[in-house]
Design a protein. Structure first.
Length: 363
């Protein structure tokens, strides 16, 4: 392959395949059209053009793999909603935030800096307004967060991660990659259900709520998938047109999501400890029915139900918890304790136990 500048190669590709390139350029702005039959046919027609492009960050995104992933994710996610969330991202602000982190941690790899972004977003999500106007019961009010707001936060995270990997956020290809990453990070319908994210198959509405633990699962799973996706995209020895490559990315993301779901269950059990600490008049058996309104997953509800007669000790649960999930958990516990403007001694004990175990700030 000759050494040509990015702009020169893009110009030559455009001159060689004007109709195909123009079609892709016009459709990428409205990603919903990509999953139509016409876009599928266009992808097939431009296979040769795509396969000739390299995977360096400044060049055209590999449309074939992107379309393939988008067609797959469109089977169980609402694309228009995701597009709306990505449209709301302040690209300049996201780029600046990523650059500041790169300057602050010059010795860290993109994946390490991306991890910092994931933790930050997971913590911020814990402070998003509760959907008390649509969800009944105190448990729902304590454990639910606004779905639309947190999805915007996740989209912002994905754009920041793209910037950390050196990609131009103004390139319209980023929007299609966000959809592809949602497909990789959230797996199939079975995992969506296990993670308590089955509602993503429907059209979300203002005020819809998601359990705080499910949100942490989404953030870390999407962030992990983004790192794997962009590392593959920028690796010249890897082709995203290769279905074996895509299958590997999917399997790695699915494996991570499985582990995140296990962490989610532990996180929910600790949150129930926190609820009971603040409401000693409520038994676990009385709390359980209200948890359903908080959109906890069936996996978590089943595990909590099994523990009703003999709940696992807090220390035992903390020993099973990953630090990544402990950070948003602590933020949510603090918020639960402060809702009534007073922290009971038992609530403080739970907060202190989490902070001490993971060397976090309990204040």
């Amino acid at each position: 392959m000759t050494n040509k500048s990015t702009s020169t190669q893009q110009k030559e590709n455009k001159n060689n395949q004007p109709s195909a390139f123009n079609f892709l350029s016009s459709t990428i702005g409205g990603v919903g059209k990509i999953i139509t039959q016409k876009a599928v046919e266009a992808t097939q027609q431009t296979r040769q053009l795509i396969e000739k492009s390299t995977q360096t960050g400044g060049e055209i995104v590999n449309y074939l793999s992107k379309n393939w992933l988008i067609r797959k994710v469109s089977g169980f996610l609402n694309l228009n909603w995701l597009i709306g969330a990505s449209d709301s991202v302040d690209l300049e602000k996201a780029a600046i935030a990523a650059e500041k982190l790169k300057q602050k941690y010059p010795q860290e790899s993109p994946s390490q800096i991306a991890h910092r972004i994931m933790v930050e977003k997971a913590t911020q999500a814990g402070s998003i307004g509760l959907a008390t106007s649509v969800l009944p019961g105190f448990a729902a009010a304590l454990l639910a967060i606004d779905l639309t707001a947190t999805t915007k936060l996740q989209s912002d995270m994905l754009y920041q991660i793209a910037a950390v990997y050196g990609l131009d956020l103004k390139d319209p290809a980023r929007k299609g990659e966000v959809l592809a990453i949602f497909g990789l990070g959230l797996g199939g319908s079975r995992l969506l259900k296990a993670a308590g994210l089955g509602l993503l198959r429907n059209v979300p509405f203002a005020g819809a709520a998601i359990a705080v633990s499910s949100n942490a699962t989404m953030i870390y799973s999407l962030g992990y998938a983004a790192c794997r996706f962009y590392e593959a995209k920028l690796d010249e020895s890897v082709s995203l047109t290769d279905k074996e490559t895509i299958a590997k990315l999917q399997q790695e993301s699915a494996d991570y999501l499985e582990s995140a779901i296990a962490q989610k269950v532990i996180m929910d059990k600790i949150l129930v400890h926190m609820i009971q600490a603040g409401h000693p008049e409520k038994t676990w058996a009385e709390i359980l029915p209200e948890l359903k309104a908080a959109n906890l997953s069936e996996t978590s509800l089943t595990a909590i139900a099994e523990d009703i007669q003999s709940p696992q000790p807090l220390d035992s649960l903390l020993n099973q918890l990953n630090r990544d999930f402990a950070i948003p958990l602590l933020a949510q516990c603090k918020k639960i304790a402060q809702l009534d403007h007073q922290i009971t001694p038992k609530e403080q004990q739970v907060i202190d136990a989490i902070a001490l175990k993971f060397n976090l700030n309990a204040v």
